[in-house]
Design a protein around this ligand. Structure first.
Ligand SMILES: Nc1ncnc2c1ncn2[C@@H]1O[C@H](COP(=O)(O)OP(=O)(O)OP(=O)(O)O)[C@@H](O)[C@H]1O
Length: 233
């Protein structure tokens, strides 16, 4: 059976004023795939992710995420599209006045789930990230790595098809980075597609996966050749 793409860009051009972020780009991320998106600061990695959750619209081309033609859907369908995506940022963006349980529960309350289901699902995802014993703690009482794990639990709560992570280890020390990378890999091993923006080549090297670079308005697959990442072809 042919592999199914869960993300597909066709002839996509994205431009801010005079600067072309993407110039006629074709890109696919397959079901269950893990891919890094790398490139120098300001090249447009975060904007690439924003295209996927419809925070920005392309000038030309089509963006598809699972069954949603992202730049063709109505505003009414945007929340449904976003439920297909778990989104993680570098700065944890937890609600500081709610405990761990309530931070995760919040993402289920806004989608209208029933309290009994919420209780069960929150415990499930907190167990998945190894933090069920911390559910009553406030975010400020957790380490950076633990806070990021809560963010991951929150992103998983709605059972997304794809995890988008924008520099998820950017604020973490090496030990916490290892924890988060191992967690993301184990989530991917269970079948979820992951697209992770990073500038940390040590991470890319240590946890090998498909690596895509943004360069001159294009995306380009890279492979390791000795100590260097070089174009795949
Ligand atoms: N909504 C917007 N309107 C206009 N310009 C924007 C918008 N969003 C981003 N930009 C510009 O587009 C460029 C790419 O930004 P983006 O944040 O996507 O890059 P990045 O590769 O993720 O950078 P970094 O690694 O520093 O996070 C930057 O010059 C930025 O200022």
């Amino acid at each position: 059976m042919a592999e199914t793409a869960v993300i597909e860009l066709k002839d996509v051009t994205l431009q801010f004023g005079k600067s072309k972020i993407l110039d006629n780009v074709d890109f696919k991320l397959y079901n269950g795939e893990f891919a890094y998106l790398i490139g120098p600061t300001g090249i447009g990695k975060s904007s690439f992710l924003k295209l996927l959750y419809r925070d920005v619209l392309p000038e030309r081309g089509t963006v598809r995420v699972t069954e949603y033609p992202v730049n063709k859907i109505s505003e009414r369908e945007v929340p449904m599209l976003r439920r297909r995506l778990g989104i993680i940022f570098q700065d944890f963006q937890l609600l500081e006045d709610r405990n761990v349980h309530d931070n995760v529960a919040f993402s289920l309350q806004v989608t209208g789930e029933k309290p009994r289901f919420i209780k069960q699902r929150v415990l499930e995802v907190l167990t998945m990230v190894g933090l069920s014993h911390r559910r009553k703690h406030m975010p400020r009482d957790l380490s950076g790595g633990e806070q990021q794990r809560v963010v991951i639990a929150r992103a998983l709560a709605n059972e997304p098809r794809i995890l988008l992570a924008d520099e998820p280890t950017g604020n973490l020390d090496p030990k916490a980075t290892k924890e988060i990378m191992e967690l993301l890999k184990s989530i991917n091993n269970r079948g979820m597609a992951v697209l992770m923006v990073t500038h940390d080549y040590a991470v890319v090297k240590k946890y090998p996966a498909r690596t895509v670079r943004m360069v001159n308005g294009k995306t380009q697959d890279l492979v390791w050749k000795g100590e260097k990442l070089v174009p795949a072809k």
